[in-house]
Ligand binder design. Structure first.
Ligand SMILES: Cc1ncc(COP(=O)(O)O)c(C=O)c1O
Length: 363
């Protein structure tokens, strides 16, 4: 019998009965949304688990970025990275701002802080780096530049739940961090996201924006919209949260399993983790050239294994959405990078098949 397909990721799911038990109390409460008890409980437990002061749970990570831009009342140019998911620039554009690309560091794959200042104009209002694959950005360098030029910093922390900097959550960096709880993420609510800030006033404002701009008396006091997470999604997050440490530990072990084999036996290169600790939620490998990547991808597809070209293409090349500006490092890396399957219930025997196929190709 053919092997079952192995995809780049699979959502972490709790035992169904643990989820349905939580749903039982949703049914009993009769509350499905509007910052109900499950959302409040999820936010509280997330704060304690991640060691952050607040967490505003929202519909998805894209909305979290939009809400961060809205809360900071930004209008103008936002310096961001071309090596990201389309949502990063989509959210900037949907908020009426203009993305300005800053190329990445070839080792960390994050925005290169050394290239930011040359891009600052009198229209620049913020910097929006991405902690790519959970790898912490050089937050100190970025925040020093922002301070020097009076700019806001929003981190697209979609991948970064569980990543740390100096042993503290990475999510408290920047004016606001926007994270994702999408099904593919380390912790998921199926669809979901959140905003984190150390600024209490901004936190209150984010809560109002999420709820049509209402204050506690239901007066409309902000230019808000509907960013509310539902009780059904929050319940899934709570059920998954019980397994958070186990998932994190498992991903880390698998990450190093791949890494040991591939570092010792291939000429592939890997993302450098230089500024803190990643959450090990992706395993990207970088080939010598695109041709070799395609050979490896085809060989894996032939045995029903589906890694993912991620991030590809480099966003500055999406000319139907942005004006093209050359970004040599991002364009080069995006053609040569492949994320290998990595998820909680992935079997080591399937990882061995991935590794073996890469060895067979002679990289
Ligand atoms: C870097 C990055 N930013 C933003 C998002 C958007 O998150 P969501 O899918 O929760 O809207 C994603 C989604 O995967 C992402 O990878």
């Amino acid at each position: 019998m053919a092997n079952k397909p192995i995809y780049v990721t699979q959502p972490s799911l709790p035992p169904l009965e643990e989820y349905t038990e939580l749903l039982q109390s949703v049914w009993e409460s009769g509350i499905l949304t509007h910052n109900g008890p499950m959302v409040q409980r999820l936010e509280k437990e997330l704060c304690s688990k991640l060691q952050v002061g607040n967490f505003t749970a929202v519909t998805n990570g894209t909305v979290a970025i939009q809400m961060a831009i809205k809360a900071l009342e930004l209008q103008g140019e936002i310096i961001t990275t071309p090596f990201s998911w389309i949502a990063t620039i989509g959210a900037i554009k949907w908020e009426g701002c203009t993305p300005v690309f800053c190329d990445i560091d070839a080792d960390t794959l994050n925005m290169d802080p050394g290239k930011i200042e040359a891009l600052i104009t009198d229209k620049t209002v913020a910097i929006m780096p991405v902690h790519v694959f959970g790898n912490p950005c050089d937050v100190e360098a970025i925040e020093a530049i922002a301070k020097r030029h009076g700019l806001k910093v929003i981190y697209d922390a979609a991948h970064a739940i569980g990543s740390t900097y100096k042993n503290k959550s990475l999510l408290e960096h920047g004016d606001i961090s926007a994270t994702s709880l999408h099904g593919t993420k380390l912790l998921n609510t199926a669809e979901g996201g959140g905003c984190i800030t150390t600024n209490q006033e901004l936190h209150e404002k984010l809560k109002r924006i999420r709820f049509f701009g209402h204050d506690e008396k239901k007066d409309i006091v902000e230019d808000g919209f509907n960013g509310k997470m539902t009780e059904v999604h929050a319940a899934l997050g709570l059920a998954n949260l019980k397994y958070y440490e186990e998932v994190l530990k498992d991903r880390k072990e698998k990450y190093f399993y791949y890494k040991k084999e591939l570092v010792e036996n291939t000429a592939l290169t890997f993302q450098a983790i230089k500024h803190g600790e990643t959450n090990y939620s992706y395993f990207p490998v970088i080939f010598e050239n695109e041709e070799k990547l395609l050979e490896a991808e085809n060989a894996l597809n032939d045995i029903n294994i589906y890694p993912r070209r991620y991030f590809y293409p480099s966003l500055n090349t999406c000319e139907h959405i942005v004006d093209y500006v050359k970004m040599p490092v991002s364009e080069d890396i995006s053609k040569r990078i492949l994320c290998l399957p990595l998820y909680w219930k992935l079997n080591y025997s399937d990882m061995d098949r991935v590794i073996g196929t890469i060895f067979e190709q002679g990289y």
